[in-house]
Design a protein around this ligand. Structure first.
Ligand code: ZN
Length: 428
């Protein structure tokens, strides 16, 4: 019994094994057949298969795949190149799915697509970051310096704020700071604004409160300014007198007879409380610097005119070109050395300057005159400022110089008998 059973199991086992081997063989055979068929197809219809399986075009970005641009600026897409093995250059067929609106901040993903004639489509993409890092602009109407007379009410001259993304932000400007219009001095107002992206702008306005010069000012000894004007009177002298009068500032005029038609203004200058002194009747270097006699002849001629206009002569003078001029050497070697001694021997006084506006030389605008004079005044305890009332732009600068000086606590004075003289080093 036992033996029979053993054979039975062996037979069943053998059948199962053979069946498995047969199945494996069949499956393997099937696969092999499929591969063979496929190979046959390729060989038979090679052209058709080639097309169906043709290569995809190659699309290549021109420029970076990631670009950051400032909002509000123009974005120019540099596009893509596309090349297909069969179709050649198909760059012109590249399409993009969207345009960049540079007025809107954020990230824009541009997808570029191209399809070859076999219908195979490929894509590539570019990210454009539209960012706003530009702060708004604040424009202060009437400028960053504002002058106001003591005792008058401060009225905000106004401002405008503009942002490249957000447009007009004027209503969002915050103004801080105070102006005490009862006390001379300078006050700072701060104007601030922020755009939607958080970019902030802050600008300041300096408000300067001044008082006109009081009558009978006592010389404080420091922070003193002597405004002096050479070469007039002329066309702009009356305008200058009006400005000086507005601030009750007294100045000094070193006059000439260059424009006889304006001689009467010499009398007006004196009548207004300014000091009138001699510059030169002719102001011709070649004439006056030939000799001592020639100089004093011209000097006397001018002093006579002054006497006619003001009722009295003066002992105060300023040499054309100043005592330091070297042009005079062309006409007489050593003439300035002789003159400075000669005028003092005659009991006369000559006055040079220590602040030059530059208005007779390189400077040709009011703002440059203002800067030069203000910087010069800041550098001196006592300033003698040289300007020319024959220069319109220089006359136009005077009001701001005075407003600035008054708000800074300077005292403007005319040169008088007791004023110490400013002298240059003599060079001829
Ligand atoms: Zn001069």
């Amino acid at each position: 019994m036992m033996k029979k059973a053993w054979y039975k199991y062996l037979i069943i086992g053998s059948v199962v094994f053979l069946a498995i081997v047969a199945i494996i063989f069949v499956i393997d055979k099937k696969n092999k057949t499929r591969i063979t068929n496929s190979d046959k197809n390729l060989q038979v219809s090679g052209d058709n298969i080639q097309k169906a399986d043709s290569k995809a075009p190659v699309i290549t970005l021109i420029g970076s795949p990631e670009i950051t641009i400032e909002a509000g600026t123009d974005y120019e897409d540099s596009g893509c190149m596309a090349v297909d093995e069969a179709d050649g250059d198909i760059s012109e067929k590249v399409t993009k799915d969207k345009l960049v609106d540079s007025d809107v901040t954020g990230d824009v993903k541009i997808i570029y697509s191209v399809k070859n004639s076999a219908g195979i489509e490929v894509h590539t993409e570019r990210i454009v970051h539209v960012v706003d890092t530009t702060a708004p602009d604040i424009n202060l109407i009437d400028g960053t310096t504002y002058y106001i007379k003591n005792g008058t009410q401060y009225c905000e001259p106004g401002y405008e704020a503009e942002d490249s993304c957000d447009g007009n932000l004027t209503s969002k400007v915050k103004v801080s700071g105070n102006v005490d219009t009862q006390t001379d001095g300078k006050y700072t107002l701060t104007y601030e604004v922020e755009d939607a992206a958080g970019n902030k702008t802050s600008v300041e306005r300096c408000v300067r409160v001044y008082s006109p010069m009081p009558d009978n000012t006592v010389n404080p000894g420091n922070k003193v300014v002597y405004l002096t004007f050479d070469d007039g009177p002329g066309k702009y002298t009356q305008r200058l007198l009006d400005v000086l009068d507005k601030y009750n500032v007294k100045a000094t005029f070193f006059v000439t007879n260059g424009k006889p038609a304006y001689q009467n203004l010499i009398g007006k200058e004196a009548a207004d409380g300014h000091t009138v002194a001699i510059h030169s009747a002719s102001h011709e270097y070649s004439k006056i610097y030939q000799s001592l006699d020639a100089y004093f002849e011209d000097f006397d001629e001018m002093n006579d005119i002054i006497q006619q206009q003001t009722g009295e002569k003066t002992d105060l003078l300023r040499f054309p070109g100043g005592s330091s001029n070297t042009v005079s050497a062309t006409y007489c070697y050593g003439i300035m050395s002789q003159l400075v001694c000669a005028v003092e021997a005659k009991g006369l006084r000559y006055c040079d300057w220590n602040v030059s506006s530059g208005d007779a030389g390189e400077v040709n605008s009011s703002s440059q005159v203002v800067n030069n004079v203000i910087n010069g005044i800041k550098a001196n305890n006592v300033s003698v400022v040289l300007q020319h009332d024959t220069r319109e732009f220089s006359v136009d600068a005077v009001e701001e110089i005075i407003q600035w000086g008054l708000s800074e606590g300077y005292t403007f004075l005319p040169i008088t008998d007791t004023t110490p003289m400013s002298h240059h080093k003599v060079n001829n």
